[in-house]
Ligand binder design. Sequence first.
Ligand code: AMP
Length: 209
Amino acid sequence: MNIILLGPPGCGKGTQAKKISEKYGLAHVSTGDLLRKAAAEKTEIGLKAKEYMDKGKLVPDKLVIELMKEKLSDNALLDGFPRTINQALALKNFFDVNVVLNIDVDFRILVKRLTGRRSCACGAVYHIEYNPPEKENVCNKCGSKLYQRDDDREDVVIKRLETYKKETAPLTEYYSEKNKLKTVDGNGSIDETFRKICEILRKTLKAFS
Ligand code: AMP
């Protein structure tokens, strides 16, 4: 099964992606994670990408498509790709999508979730209010100091949400026309949203078997 997770920054794509891929045995491919790793390793692609990411802009299609072409195989869950119509058009040449899950969340909730998010180099993610670590600013899992992603600062968050509206939101129409789109209400808790997603996937799997 091949899944695309769609939704604005802060809708919980990354969190849900981890849970879904674990439950259904899918490879979780996150373009954001791949780009951040490349930036941390200071590769040519990574350094170029960071300039865009820190401003809340999308990394150019050509660069991201090349990166994804290399990483994709079947039984994958795509988190953060495609993000433009051009990326979707390129994707259909090397990946067959079964279902596109679109996580819908109110704008005000998105800003609060993103600006309060704190991350750890080990991959763990917290929120200062909704999911605080046991010791302030310290990861429960590995004891490292938490940090705020450069693009989770409020000015960049607003820009990212504007970029989403302009560049990525049109993808919902694109996939809806192809009868692939399933929209999930993501305003509730992580577990509530996950339950709704599993229900959709149960029906999708049934339709395939
Ligand atoms: P994310 O972790 O998914 O929120 O992605 C963080 C940032 O990485 C985005 O704001 C973009 O700058 C960049 N990025 C991630 N995925 C893509 C993509 N498919 N196309 C262009 N830029 C991307």
